[in-house]
Design a protein around this ligand. Structure first.
Ligand code: EPZ
Length: 422
């Protein structure tokens, strides 16, 4: 038996919902505690399965971890006890491949399992490995593991073929102690890159250009442990913005910083949505029946975020008129389309672009979450569908949303966690 959700539809959402710490900033920052010895205190860490898996990996490598309260962790780095990250852990969470950077920054040899792909794409790590080689590591690939010999890293010019978030993070962590200057060009500009860079700089690293396509790193001898608070989760915030609009309620969202979502805000404003911010509280205003359709294309930050693609497509499907959604970051991120169509949307995919005939109403159905963001979008669809929606494989959602059903139920949703056959 596995967990599923039973969602009863047509429930407007009203009230205040709080955004947790960012999963995609917390994961690399937790891994960055491997860069230097000492005792770290990390605050605003979201309560997610992925975080728990990562803490086990750190303990595997020799670190001590302790959960001090709901959102605070203490991590003690007394040095690596092992230099190998096993397939057992890496297969559960691809982001654990990021341990390669801190390991080659500190050890002469590192062995990390190649991450598997996932539903949205093959997720290669060639750009990570090319960066490590340019820094002077010798990389070999055997039995599904990457072996790196790295006894003499030094600063280098590293042009990225694609502004990969993970490659930028992994290379940054590998380079912070490499003597000389490293320049990563065509670097990723996501806010989570900036959060990781700020964390490393607080530890004593010398990184400039964070948030721009050119990141410069001056190698330093030593770094030290610090206390740090993780940025709020911009994708969770964006998910609640969509939830407010489609349920025709008026949600107030705490800890939402829409500037972290690139063109997401301006695209919604072009559809007729208005935002009001009072201190740390964002109010979303928009009459679903009057919103205009939109032609959207996902791109690396500050373009439209791919992690908001399924949620945005649902809004487009409920807005009158013809909209389109083009996914350019991942090769297979439209698996929510047939699930949406089972609920009554009218979306066809032609030449990699989803053509959306919007304005139809949805009815509840049994559907399948294929990945984290598609799963969240299906929960939102259940909120506005007539009748009951059963969502399979909610473990995808538990990976990346901190208490999603509790937060939504507290503002008017009716979501029950149930047991389903596998
Ligand atoms: C991070 O994944 C996020 N995950 C993803 O969030 C997010 O969708 C993605 O960045 C893009 O913003 C975490 O931060 C843990 P990429 P990452 O490297 O680093 C190709 C979520 O829902 N590529 O920027 O893996 C790759 O195949 C998840 O929270 C290479 O070709 O993303 C993909 O098509 C989903 N070679 C594209 O780049 C490489 O060496 C973007 O990947 C690396 C990547």
């Amino acid at each position: 038996m596995v967990d599923g959700f039973k969602v009863k539809g047509k429930t407007p959402l009203n009230g205040t919902i709080k955004v947790s710490g960012a999963k995609n900033a917390a994961l690399p920052i937790i891994i960055a505690t491997l860069v230097a010895k000492g005792e770290y205190i990390l605050r605003n860490v979201p309560n997610l399965r992925d975080i728990r898996v990562l803490m086990k990996l750190l303990e595997d490598l020799g670190m001590e971890t302790e959960k001090l309260d709901e959102t605070t962790y203490r991590i003690v780095n007394n040095g690596f006890k092992r230099n190998e990250a096993s397939y057992e852990i890496v297969k559960q969470m691809r982001a654990s491949f990021l341990v390669m950077g801190p390991m080659i920054a500190n050890l002469d040899e590192a062995v990390v399992s190649l991450p598997g792909g996932c539903a949205i794409g093959s997720r290669p790590v060639d750009l990570h490995l090319k960066g490590f080689e340019l820094l002077g590591a010798e990389i070999t690939r055997v039995h599904g593991y990457i072996h790196a010999k790295a006894d003499k890293l030094k600063g280098a010019e590293i042009p990225l073929g694609f502004p990969s978030v993970g490659a930028t993070q992994n290379i940054m962590m590998a380079a912070v102690k490499a003597p000389g200057k490293t320049v990563i060009s065509n670097a990723a500009r996501e806010p989570e890159i900036v959060d990781l860079g700020n964390f490393l700089n607080k530890m004593g690293a010398k990184i400039t250009g964070l948030g721009t396509p050119n990141i410069e790193i001056e190698g330093v001898e030593e770094l030290h442990a610090v206390e740090y608070s993780i940025m709020p989760d911009r994708i969770e915030a964006g998910t609640y913005v969509i939830a407010s609009l489609i349920t025709e309620g008026e949600l107030k969202i705490e800890n939402a910083n829409l500037d972290d979502l690139g063109v997401f805000k301006t695209e919604l404003e072009a559809m007729g949505v208005k935002f009001e911010k009072e201190g740390n509280i964002l109010t979303v205003i928009g009459d679903l029946k009057k919103l205009k359709p939109a032609k959207i294309k996902t791109l690396p930050h500050p373009g439209f975020p791919t992690d908001m693609q399924p949620q945005m497509m649902l809004l487009q499907a409920l807005v009158n008129g013809g909209s389109s959604m083009e996914e350019t970051v991942f090769e297979n991120r439209f698996m929510h389309v047939p699930e949406f169509n089972r609920m009554g949307t009218d979306i066809i995919i032609k030449h990699g672009i989803a053509m959306i005939n919007g304005g139809l109403s949805l009815t509840g159905a049994e559907v399948m979450a294929s990945d984290l963001r598609a799963g969240a979008a299906l929960v939102l669809a259940g909120l506005v569908a007539d009748g009951e929606t059963i969502i399979n494989r909610v473990y995808h959602i538990d990976r990346g949303y901190d208490k999603l059903e509790q937060k939504l139920n507290a503002v008017g949703a009716d979501i029950q966690r149930i047991k389903l056959d596998i």
